[in-house]
Design a protein around this ligand. Structure first.
Ligand SMILES: Cc1cc2nc3c(=O)[nH]c(=O)nc-3n(C[C@H](O)[C@H](O)[C@H](O)COP(=O)(O)O)c2cc1C
Length: 197
């Protein structure tokens, strides 16, 4: 069984919901399993650390990067970019960068925003950049996914997304496209793992 690391930060739960949809997509691929891990919260500017939900998955550990065959990385959108906690974790992966731990593995990204035009594309593209430095093979969402052409909510070619608005649940298109991304990353990892003939 090969595993895809579904790694995310979430303060209020919207990005967590996307992570679970991405994991469902991974599990649709026979022989592939989603390993869900969270990125821990940072202290705020005054030193207070936000509370964590009881059902939160384990905090990511260095061996998770070693043991995964691919990565799905999620962050809320904060001022058009990734949350500081996500950047903080990425800035702590120089050992993996030196070793090439993630090089050649597929990756996809996902985000949630408060508003429809609040920066989904900018944050997704900015999350892809450090993954390219790691040598990861970026997987997006193609327009052959029908929901991408008609979504009135989240979903982009650069990665999966969700617009929370006023506590809006995931739309059908957001669920479909996030699962599609998870499935594509898992299928790509599986193809890369197959011995060449
Ligand atoms: C510090 C901060 C900055 C934010 N910046 C944006 C933003 O630039 N655009 C946007 O649409 N929403 C913004 N939001 C809203 C969050 O992206 C949105 O609520 C997101 O769904 C939260 O994800 P979570 O529920 O996983 O914590 C911001 C929220 C916070 C706390």
């Amino acid at each position: 069984m090969s595993e895809i690391l579904v790694l995310y930060y979430s303060r209020y739960g919207a990005t967590t919901r996307l992570a679970h949809q991405a994991a469902r997509g991974v599990e649709q691929v026979s022989g592939m399993h989603a390993r869900i891990r969270r990125i821990p919260a940072l202290p705020d500017a005054h030193g207070a650390v936000p509370e964590i939900a009881h059902d939160a998955p384990p905090v990511v550990q260095p061996q998770d990067f070693e043991e995964c065959s691919g990565l799905l990385l999620g962050s809320p959108t904060y001022f058009g970019g990734m949350a500081a906690a996500v950047k903080h974790l990425l800035d702590d992966t120089s050992r993996q960068w030196f070793k090439g731990t993630l090089s050649g593995k597929p990756a996809g990204v996902f985000t949630s925003t408060g508003s429809m035009h609040g920066g989904q594309e900018t944050v997704l593209l900015s999350m892809i950049v450090p993954l390219l430095h790691h040598g990861m093979l970026i997987v997006g969402i193609p327009y052959s996914e029908p929901a991408l052409a008609h979504t009135q909510t989240g979903g982009t070619p650069y990665g999966a997304s969700h617009t929370t608005g006023n506590n809006r649940p995931l739309s059908m298109e957001e669920r479909q496209l996030t699962q599609a991304l998870g499935q594509r990353v898992a299928e790509t990892a599986q193809k890369l793992l197959l011995p060449s003939t």
